[in-house]
Design a protein around this ligand. Structure first.
Ligand code: AQP
Length: 329
């Protein structure tokens, strides 16, 4: 089983990224051949600071290793180090329709009222993402629920390519976690926790200190009533129950049973804060030990890129051949 996923190099990964994606990445190392990419090219699709981008890649690399990725058991690399991603992106535009890209939720949300001014890169984002995965002929893509639409698109692109040019690409399956696939903002639980466009108080960062974690959970918006149970009319409480269950690796129903006699939402908030602090503090400690050795982080990424390139180059040779592009084999 080959597994592939990508993550953006924002230094401040949040609890949604951690529970929705990173925890699955770590588990993937025991389930198959795991390939993970820090997608710096995707980060150029929105306004960014070039001087900061490399530092953010180092932050993200250190964080992923601190969270449990072991470069000896997975391939961890930087997207822009493997040029096959951009070449395949262009080739896949031949089987990607303008209309379907125009309908993608992420493009609509992130371009906002500035649609005409949004970068063409933001529009093509899902095609580059398709290229990331399809270049490795990955069978499974672990992501959070918000990426469902993009994985469906890459499946369509792969199927269309195979129908048009002959069986070449693997159609990957989506893998979202059973619990906490969509961690919600702590202040606005109707929306997902996210890096952009959300307030500081609603977003819990993996590197937040214990005091900030306690404060953010204490101030988390909950719902009317006092019962600690999940339900569509209780997005805030449901979110806390799911977070607590996910960090303790138990079923949400067990959290509900354990807290059935609690005095109110305060107990749920405290229990969630305690569990998150216990889970994240060793990750934070390892992060601090790893982050400053940039030469070592670069060496890890370079070794990963060499392994990744070898796999992607084979796919690209087949794709070019099928499409009649370049000199014949
Ligand atoms: N709230 C979330 N709950 C569960 N999973 C989530 N993911 C993101 N938000 C949640 C998953 O994290 C992985 C890496 O995401 P990314 O950093 O590459 O960017 P993103 O998906 O665009 O989400 P962000 O980090 O919140 O950024 P913005 O603000 O730009 O949307 C993905 O697998 C994603 O599903």
């Amino acid at each position: 089983m080959r597994i592939f996923s990508g993550i953006q190099p924002t230094g401040r990964k949040h609890l949604g990224n951690y529970l929705g994606a990173i925890v699955q990445y770590v588990a993937g190392q025991d389930r198959g051949e795991a390939i993970y990419c820090i997608v710096d090219l995707h980060a150029t699709t929105r306004p960014y600071d070039p001087a900061e981008l490399r530092a953010r890649v180092h932050d993200t690399t250190a964080l992923l290793i601190a969270a449990g990725l072991d470069p000896a058991r997975c391939i961890l690399f930087r997207q822009s180090d493997v040029a096959e991603h951009t070449e395949l992106c262009w080739l896949l535009t031949a089987v990607s329709a303008f209309g379907e890209l125009n309908r993608m939720h992420q493009f609509r949300d992130k371009s906002g009222g500035q649609r005409e001014l949004a970068s063409a890169g933001l529009f093509l984002y899902p095609v580059l993402q398709a290229a990331d995965v399809l270049a490795y002929r990955a069978e499974e893509v672990p992501v959070g629920e918000d990426q469902r639409e993009h994985v469906e698109l890459m499946r369509d692109v792969a199927e269309r390519f195979n129908a048009r040019f002959g069986e070449t690409l693997v159609v990957p399956a989506l893998r979202v976690p059973q619990v906490a696939a969509r961690v919600r903002d702590l202040q606005e639980p109707e929306r997902k926790m996210s890096t952009t466009g959300a307030g500081e108080q609603g977003t819990l960062h993996v590197l937040d200190d214990a005091e900030a974690i306690e404060r953010k959970f204490r101030r988390a918006v909950t719902d009317s009533g006092t019962e600690i149970v999940r339900g569509p009319e209780k997005p805030g409480v449901s979110n806390l129950i799911e977070i607590l269950a996910a960090v303790r690796e138990i079923e949400p129903g067990e959290v509900e049973r354990e807290l059935a006699g609690a005095r109110g939402y305060g107990d749920l908030k405290q229990a969630t804060a305690d569990a998150v602090i216990a889970r994240l503090s060793p990750v934070q400690e390892r992060y601090r030990a790893l982050r400053d050795d940039e030469a070592r982080l670069e060496a890890t990424l370079a070794a990963g890129a060499a392994k990744a390139r070898a796999i992607a180059a084979e796919t690209l040779t087949d794709v070019r051949e099928r499409m009649g592009v370049g000199s014949p084999r």
